[in-house]
Design a protein around this ligand. Sequence first.
Ligand SMILES: NC(=O)C1=CN([C@@H]2O[C@H](COP(=O)(O)OP(=O)(O)OC[C@H]3O[C@@H](n4cnc5c(N)ncnc54)[C@H](O)[C@@H]3O)[C@@H](O)[C@H]2O)C=CC1
Ligand SMILES: O=C(O)CCC(=O)C(=O)O
Length: 387
Amino acid sequence: MFRYTCLNPISQKGLELFSDQYTEVKELAAADAVLVRSAKMTELEIPDSVLAIGRAGAGVNNIPVADCAEKGIVVFNTPGANANGVKELVLAGMLLASRDIVGGVEWIKDNQEDPNIGKLAEKQKKQFAGCEISGKKLGIIGLGAIGSMVANAADALGMEVYGYDPYLSIDAAWNLSRNVHHSKNVEEIYEQCDYITIHVPLLDSTKQMLNEEAISKMKEHVVILNFARDLLADEEAIVKALQSGKIKRYVTDFANPVVAGKKGVLVIPHLGASTAEAEENCAIMAVKELRDFLENGNIRNSVNFPNCDMGVCKGRSRVAITHRNIPNMISQFSKILGDEGMNIADMTNKSRGEYAYTLMDMEAEIPGEAIEALESVEGVSRVRVVR
Ligand SMILES: NC(=O)C1=CN([C@@H]2O[C@H](COP(=O)(O)OP(=O)(O)OC[C@H]3O[C@@H](n4cnc5c(N)ncnc54)[C@H](O)[C@@H]3O)[C@@H](O)[C@H]2O)C=CC1
Ligand SMILES: O=C(O)CCC(=O)C(=O)O
């Protein structure tokens, strides 16, 4: 029997994939697995009972990923599952920044009682006029699941698309329209583009990437779109550049006191992934990942441990070990098991940075003493008998 808890509302379409082996619990302390969207887990004490966290979404900056790795808690996300939802909102953001649709709609609301509203609207509309996006240059920083979809859609809408991603995956490269101009440095995006959209994860290396220096290299009246994370931009500098007219519009999916209500800023209340489809896709993927991990020990789409898949256990028992990626671990594990007279039927060991994961199928039940001995190996964070 497994227990899971949801720290945010999670689509029922995903939750219904849990079998009757699973119960939902309210308390984090009582849970084996956690499903989360944007709840700040960095502010929570994560109890040792938690084996895995499923982020129904892409960004994991709300989860203490490194601490979890150290404790042997496997953190999953759902790559690409909400990308289309975000792509569509980015397109909407570009259009809203190009024509004053919001201002126009507000004007109608303010004048709704006027019996001559139709005539008046025709007179007033020029103040809300704008430009088309077709033919304009769009720079995309980060060509992952979202960035590459935005690139292709903008290309189809007639924009000239520049893309910058020094770590571009082969999959993303295959999916990109051949019309997308490959920028080898981000300065080209700053210097050339009328619209700039950022789609990178929030990391130490990307924090405040869109800062005063970056803005100084951009074209006059540039439009900046941020549907990734607010901390990727120095928003004080952005507000200053909006006041001076250097930036025409800043469209952001993240509300905070620096940008809320500021002239030239369009703030959306983090709606990028808030579509029925994205919420379902993310929940379904997260639940499948958690189930495969809890029931089989397999890891798919983790952000702190390597992928590792041995299918369903065909031996008598399976043991899963999270540990540091240091020499001599496998020989210690096999010595402990060998000393207990146990034969390893199948085994996989994978590493990712400082951490590693070992799955072993055994021809017999693993005795408690062997588990204790495995747990006491220096560098082992967790030993779990999966079956
Ligand atoms: N507004 C919303 O509701 C949502 C926001 N997001 C945010 O968008 C981010 C991106 O999401 P996905 O595209 O799904 O992630 P992804 O992991 O598929 O793509 C991120 C891309 O950024 C690239 N990258 C990393 N560092 C870079 C750098 N310094 N310069 C240029 N490229 C760099 C990576 O190589 C990768 O291709 C997430 O990390 C999350 O913060 C994601 C989903 C929903
Ligand atoms: O779950 C959400 O609504 C937030 C989505 C998001 O920001 C992400 O997936 O990174």
